[in-house]
Each structure stands twice: as C-alpha cells, then as structure tokens.
Design a protein around this ligand. Structure first.
Ligand code: PMP
Length: 320
C-alpha cells in the first residue's frame, strides 16, 4: 500500500493546527488519572471512485459521546459537529490511502484530585495512514489470558476510557510475551468476554455466537456490522449468549472483529486448532464481504460510507 507522508495536522483546542502544536500540559487531569475516552475509526481508499470513505462515522462519534456522558463530560460538539471537523481534517491531510482516525476526549483541567465532576473537557483528533493492525488476520493464534476483563461495577468496558486500556495492555502483553498473536479474556462470570481490543464470534453448526453486551465487552461497531451482514447477506442465525472457554476448542470456526483488526480468523486457542487449524469458509466469505462493504464497493451499504473529497466539492446551495 502506498503511504502518504505522516500526518501534518490535528484538531486541538477548537481548531485544526499543525501536529507539532497539539500538545497538553504534564498537569492535564486525563494524563494523570486516565480520565479520557477515545475512538478508532477507519477510512478506506477506493481506487475506482478516487475517494476516501469513512466507515460508520456517526456511530463512532455517538459512542464517544456516550463515554463522555458516563464521565460527566459536557462537550460543545454534537456527533454531526465531530463528523464535519473530521471531514475538514482529512481534506487538509489529503490522504489517498487507507487511514486510521483517533478522536480523543479528555479532562483537560491541570488540577490534582481524582473525580469526574466539575472538570473541563476537550475534544482532539488526528488521522494517520494505516494498514493492518495485526499481522495475522488470516490466522491468529490465541491463548486465554490469565488476566480478567474489567467489570462494569469497577471500570465499565462499555465506555472506551483511556485508563481502562491498561487492562487491555496487560492482556495483550502477556499474549505477545508468550508467543501468541492475541488473547481471549474471561469476565467475572467465568465466560469469554472479548479480545484485548476486539469482539469475538464463534461458528458452531452454521450458527454464529457472540457474547452479549452485558458480558463486559465494548459494544463494537464492527460487531454490529457483522451481525447485520451475516443475517441479511449470508442468511445465518446470530445468537448473543455467554460463551464457555472450551466452546472455542470445539468450534468449527472463530474470529475477532473490530475497526483495527477488521475480521481476523482465529485458528488456534490454547494450543488446540480451531476447526482444522486454517481459516474456515464462513470467515473467508465474511471477510470478503466485509472488505467490499467498508471500501464502499457494495451498493446496498453505501450509506455506511461518508466520502471525504466529494463532500468538499459538493455544490453549495445557490444564494440567489
Ligand atoms: N473491544 C475493545 C476492547 C476494543 O478496544 C475495540 C476496538 N474499538 C472493540 C472491541 C471493537 O470495537 P469497534 O468494532 O467499534 O472498533
């Protein structure tokens, strides 16, 4: 993939500025206490259309604003405002390649004191050219983590809080140091919750099964996309229910999904091959469908893709 030069701009403190100017104080509350929340959005380059398409942009900002609400953060931006700032940012960058977008909201007051109320909040964002998040999208080797997933009554996994990602970092690090690509993590009830930064599905007898939203998962936008595509386009049943660890050992197929990881086949769990130890036909078909959809190549799902450059050149309404 041809990469553009690195990012030149950021949205910071209310305006688009050169990236070098987007800096916070060492006293910033979010830096000290993890009181921020972030998003991860992808935009896909479509060669034929000569267009960069942002995937499900409003859903991502809606989730970010839900994290803001949980953190008692009142921001002067709607999800639509955030989307139009993103369009301006991407138009300024001018990328003609796949792109990853990182919006960030954070408690910006430079004060000492652990709390969420009566603190100023701010919104920042940058975007970088980006390919794969994991190297092994077609064959991820996984182990069940010795760490537990954070619980809704301690740090809600439903929010994408910056501080909460120390849990993901412990999970992912253990997996990497033990020679695996990723991990599955168990929730307090003893069932599989998700990966370090991705939702998970198994396939058993032509049915897809994924943990429910109260299994301490992030409510993934890719998860929702997959559930829709699998039932509408592939005619398969999707069930949300708790999944036992050993169901992975006997599953026909399994996969991770998320904005970063996209759709990644899990081929091994705890040294047992999933199915025959290779990416299975369902996951392969789903990956092909997913990439057509996110790249803006599937006519039925164009409404999930927001064009970056056409929005710039859209005719303005006549004033006379
Ligand atoms: N779970 C966690 C913990 C994540 O960090 C992510 C990545 N945002 C996901 C699931 C997948 O969410 P999405 O499909 O919205 O990117």
């Amino acid at each position: 993939m041809a990469l553009s030069p690195k990012n030149r701009f950021a949205f910071f403190e209310g305006e688009i500025v050169p990236i070098e100017e987007a800096k916070v104080s060492i006293m910033t509350h979010a830096l000290n206490y993890g009181t921020g929340a972030f998003g991860g959005i992808r935009a896909y380059w479509n060669d034929k259309d000569e267009e960069l398409y942002i995937f499900r942009v409003l859903e991502h900002f809606e989730r970010l604003l839900a994290s803001a609400k949980m953190m008692l953060m009142d921001l002067p931006y709607t999800k639509e405002d955030m989307a139009s700032i993103l369009l301006r940012l991407l138009q300024a960058e001018g990328y003609r390649s796949d792109t990853y977008i990182r919006p960030l909201i954070y408690k910006s007051d430079p004060i000492i004191g652990v709390k969420l109320n009566d603190l100023a909040g701010d919104f920042a964002m940058f975007a970088i050219p980006f390919g794969s998040y994991v190297d092994a999208e077609e064959g991820t080797r996984v182990a069940v983590s010795s760490w537990r997933r954070i619980n809704d009554n301690s740090i809600p996994a439903r929010g994408k809080f910056t501080g909460a990602y120390i849990n993901s970092a412990f999970i992912k690090t253990e997996a990497l140091l033990n020679g695996y690509d990723e991990a599955l993590v168990i929730d307090e009830s003893g069932h599989v919750s998700e990966g370090s930064a991705e939702n998970v599905f198994i396939v058993r007898k032509d049915k897809l099964i994924t943990p429910p939203v109260n299994a301490d998962i992030l409510e993934g936008i890719t998860r929702r996309t997959i559930m829709h595509l699998v039932s509408e386009e592939m005619g398969l049943e999707v069930i949300e229910r708790p999944i036992d660890r050993t169901e992975f050992y006997v599953a026909d197929e399994a996969f991770f999904c998320g904005t970063g990881v996209q759709v990644a086949a899990i081929i091994e769990v705890d040294q047992r091959p999933v199915g025959n130890g290779k990416m299975g036909p369902m996951v392969e078909a789903l990956r092909n469908l997913y990439f057509r959809v996110v790249r803006g190549q599937h006519p039925a799902y164009k409404h999930w893709s927001t064009p970056v450059y056409a929005s710039q050149t859209a005719p303005t309404p006549a004033t006379d």
